[in-house]
Design a protein around this ligand. Structure first.
Ligand SMILES: NC(=O)C1=CN([C@@H]2O[C@H](COP(=O)(O)OP(=O)(O)OC[C@H]3O[C@@H](n4cnc5c(N)ncnc54)[C@H](OP(=O)(O)O)[C@@H]3O)[C@@H](O)[C@H]2O)C=CC1
Ligand SMILES: O=C1O[C@H](COP(=O)(O)O)[C@@H](O)[C@H](O)[C@H]1O
Length: 519
């Protein structure tokens, strides 16, 4: 069976290396993962597949049970059938994993369902008195029900079948955490009254992406970068999120939130925090999060004048946003936004941080582009358009490349832009890049909160966007139309260039086949 080779190995006391982590978890813990909202989309597309991959790779303990919980009247078999198609592995691996899964139907507000859950958990845990018990409650649910669900868990499901040392109970909660600063604080107060911060794991799946995890190494282990990571050298930074599809049936959800709440206030501001923060004292979860909070508190609230909003219309074979029947016909919800942000501290004062995010655009891409200032004019003319850029592409096809100016090969002294290229596919052939959820669920099981959002981070992130969101909610601005499949409203490029970004129109990336391939 998948993890059998690990289950009988002696473990070292601390889980330091990858194999130790695996062994540590596999040998000791009696683990129950309770997926609340098990009948939903996130559970079947992300939570269960991530658990399956961890199981398949031997990262979950031998003594594992996964319980789905939701209001739908499903049997164990119905749930297994629902998720089966999303699991990628051999028939034997899938069969073994599914045999660990059961389902309990129950409401989110009463006690009855949670009591059944407790009975099932306790029955299993009893008889393992000398083993640590782990209960991981994963709330794959709309945040509106978090308070009642957490209260139900608190009232009914906190008595464990054993109190062996090392036992724990944790809750993973999904975004969106509120609609603005006030509602987020209200939600945080309610959850905070039930469970302490060290039991609450606010997941932001961008923190589990490979390049986000690389950030602390890239930034603080490269001497050539450290001194130039400063307003003296950097002209502007862009954080760009593009998706080629629109709301696709999620219009009801999306219209309530809009693109800023959907990706900027959470995923992209986490990117900003890791890029802009100072070096943490250690790699401990709280030292890292202390630095993130410090820099986030220096972000000025985004102004309407520094923002371009867009909403997609029909284009290519895609319908326009307003043609989605789940969207109100007069909706002014932005599906695209570009915001220029400022960080008021010694390192970043005066450097525009440009965030751009949109649905139904021309490509799928998430990238960070750190554009350096041009060198003082000297022996080479026209260098303004040939700026150094450090590009980190989170997806698709993870890559880090630095645009540099070199002499074009030949008899002439002709400067041109080329790149130092770290394409992961090529450099790390065959490497397994884990899915973000996989990594974060494992962190939650290990009790590592480093890649989860602390309450004060959340507060600072909302503070940066709340005035702008209130202005948008009050209808103070109408988003500019852009055709689906385009790069967004042209006014965005104007804003980006006003912020100081200089686009090099000459540069062409040559693929291995030697063909140009530019976005
Ligand atoms: N390792 C690798 O795989 C490497 C790949 N490449 C590839 O080469 C291609 C070019 O890369 P790169 O040099 O970084 O991109 P460019 O410098 O050509 O363009 C930079 C970005 O500017 C944006 N842009 C396009 N038109 C305008 C405009 N009129 N005004 C303002 N911004 C504009 C585009 O993003 P947007 O439309 O989102 O605004 C584009 O991604 C990419 O496909 C890249 O992935 C390059 C090097 C290494
Ligand atoms: O949280 C969300 O993220 C996804 C994008 O995630 P990715 O890992 O595919 O980049 C986005 O489509 C969705 O609207 C948003 O709610």
């Amino acid at each position: 069976m998948p993890s059998s080779d690990l289950q009988h190995r002696p473990c070292s006391a601390s889980a330091s290396s990858r194999d130790d982590v695996r062994c540590f978890i596999a040998n000791k813990l009696v683990l129950s993962v309770i997926v609340l909202g098990a009948s939903g989309d996130l559970a079947k597309k992300k939570t269960f597949p991530a658990l399956f991959t961890l199981f398949k790779k031997g990262f979950l303990p031998k003594n594992l049970r996964i319980i789905g919980y939701a209001r739908s009247k499903l049997s164990d078999e119905d749930l297994r059938e629902k998720i089966k198609g999303y699991l990628k592995g051999t028939d034997a691996e899938i069969k073994e994993f599914l045999s660990r899964i059961s389902y309990i139907p129950g409401s989110y507000d009463g006690d009855e369902g949670f009591q059944s859950l407790q009975t099932s958990l306790e029955t299993r845990e009893k008889g393992h008195e000398s083993s640590p018990i782990g209960r991981l409650f994963y709330l794959a649910l709309p945040p509106t029900v978090y308070p009642q669900v957490c209260a139900g868990i608190k009232r009914n499901c906190t008595e464990m079948g054993s109190d062996a040392e090392g036992s724990w109970l944790r809750l993973v909660v999904e975004k969106p955490f509120g609609m603005d600063l006030e509602s987020s604080e209200e939600l945080a107060d309610k959850l905070g009254a039930l469970f302490p911060e060290d039991q609450l794991y606010r997941i932001d799946h961008y923190l589990g992406k490979e390049l986000m995890q690389n950030m602390l190494v890239l930034r603080f282990a490269n001497q050539f970068l450290s001194p130039t990571w400063h307003r003296n050298f950097i002209s502007n930074v862009q954080i760009c999120f593009k998706e080629p599809f629109g709301t696709d049936g999620r219009g009801g959800y999306f219209d309530e939130f809009g693109i800023i709440r959907d990706v900027m206030q959470n995923h992209l501001i986490q990117v900003l925090a890791l890029l802009a923060m100072e070096q943490p004292v250690t790699l401990s979860a709280d030292d890292i999060r202390d630095e993130k909070v410090k820099v986030l508190r220096c972000v000025s609230p985004v102004k309407l004048d520094d923002t371009v909003l867009g909403q997609y219309t029909a284009g290519g074979d895609q319908r326009g946003y307003l043609e989605d029947e789940t969207v109100p016909k007069d909706s002014k919800t932005p599906t695209f936004a570009t915001c220029v942000m400022n960080i008021n501290n010694e390192r970043w004062s005066g450097v525009p941080w440009i965030m751009k995010a949109g649905k139904a655009l021309n490509e799928r891409k998430v990238e960070i582009r750190v554009q350096y200032k041009s060198p003082a004019s000297g022996i080479h003319p026209n260098l303004n358009e040939m700026r150094n850029e450090l590009v980190m592409r989170l997806q698709p096809d993870e890559a880090i490349y630095m645009k540099i100016v070199v002499k074009e090969p030949g008899l002439e002294m002709h400067p041109t832009v080329s790149e130092m290229d770290l394409s992961y596919k090529q450099r790390y052939q065959g490497a397994d890049i884990p899915d973000a959820y996989e990594r974060l669920i494992l962190d939650a099981i290990r009790g590592d909160q480093q890649h989860f959002v602390r309450r004060d981070e959340l507060r600072a992130a909302w503070a940066a966007f709340t005035p702008l969101l209130h202005a948008i909610d009050a209808g103070e601005v109408t988003p500019q139309p852009y055709p689906a499949g385009s790069r967004g409203p042209p006014a965005s490029d104007v804003l980006v260039s006003r912020a100081g970004f200089v686009k090099n129109t000459e540069y062409i990336w040559k693929t291995e086949e030697g063909k140009g391939d530019i976005s």
